[in-house]
Design a protein around this ligand. Structure first.
Ligand SMILES: [Zn+2]
Length: 270
């Protein structure tokens, strides 16, 4: 591994409370089974994916589209037009069994057994709708049973879907790189900057190592991909939605470009 001087870490879950977050594969599987069991019952059984953020669900949409050989109903295609690999899995055609459309009052719509887009069956048969809300779930180190689907109402579910790395993943990553400096980009919920800085300090290369180390710059940063600054800000607001934790997380004003440095192979020359 190359010598890494500094890491700017997406430290959203850098806290032992967030020790494990089920993998996307496991989460997707749980969601697929739930959807499959529902929509296979009749053409009037539909699913509403209650996705708040604009971006971040591409993995979910493409895999569900593939699995059920369908497209997902969304309000607009414009936001996906630069992502052709997703475009073929979304549609503005409302006659779908899986919806991720939105309406300013969509929760009320759902309570009234209506989809946010207002779609109804052509023959007037009432639709049977379940809602699935993707949100981050985490489990402590010793938790064995990690359920990724939680029933939250007669026809509503919460499903685990994470946009961030867990504490154990971050720790593995840092122990592998052993950088000299680690800068947090987010203060984990309920923590302070001092606390997270102290916890990260433990993962830094120690001072004696450092004396023997002569820093060689990695080279010019390549920027093949333009990162959209709003990429996951929306989803961040929703991370803790519906959970018993106060939304007091603070951002530190670091831009998302540095935050993404977590994948150093993307910015380092070959
Ligand atoms: Zn819809």
């Amino acid at each position: 591994v190359k010598d890494i001087q500094s890491v700017y870490l997406d430290s959203t879950f850098y806290d032992p409370r967030f020790y494990q977050i089920p993998t996307r594969e496991v989460c997707l599987n749980g969601i697929s089974v739930l959807i499959g069991n529902w929509i296979s019952q009749s053409p009037y059984h539909v699913v509403w994916l209650n996705c708040k953020a604009a971006y971040g669900y591409e993995y979910l949409f493409t895999n569900l589209g593939e699995e059920f050989n369908t497209r997902i109903h969304v309000n607009h295609l414009a936001m996906f037009k630069k992502m052709p690999e997703i475009l073929s899995y979304v549609t503005t055609d409302r006659r779908m069994q899986i919806h991720a459309c939105r309406h300013p009052k969509d929760e009320e719509f759902f309570q009234g057994n209506r989809l946010p887009c207002g779609c109804t069956a052509p023959d007037g048969t009432p639709l049977r709708i379940i809602s699935i809300k993707p949100s981050t779930m985490w489990f402590g180190e010793r938790t064995k049973k990690t359920n990724v689907i939680i029933k939250t109402g007669a026809s509503s579910f919460r499903a685990c879907f994470s946009f961030h790395s867990s504490y154990s993943e971050l720790k593995d990553f840092l122990s592998y790189l052993r950088p000299v400096n680690i800068y947090p980009s987010v203060i984990p919920l309920g923590r302070t900057l001092t606390e997270v800085t102290q916890m990260l300090k433990l993962m830094c290369r120690n001072q004696s190592d450092q004396a023997a180390f002569i820093y060689k710059p990695l080279g010019v940063l390549k920027r093949n991909r333009v990162q959209r600054p709003t990429q996951d800000s929306g989803s961040d607001d929703e991370l803790f939605d519906g959970l018993d934790v106060a939304p007091v997380r603070k951002k530190m004003g670091l831009n998302h470009e540095v935050k993404k440095e977590k994948s150093p192979e993307r910015t380092a020359p070959p």
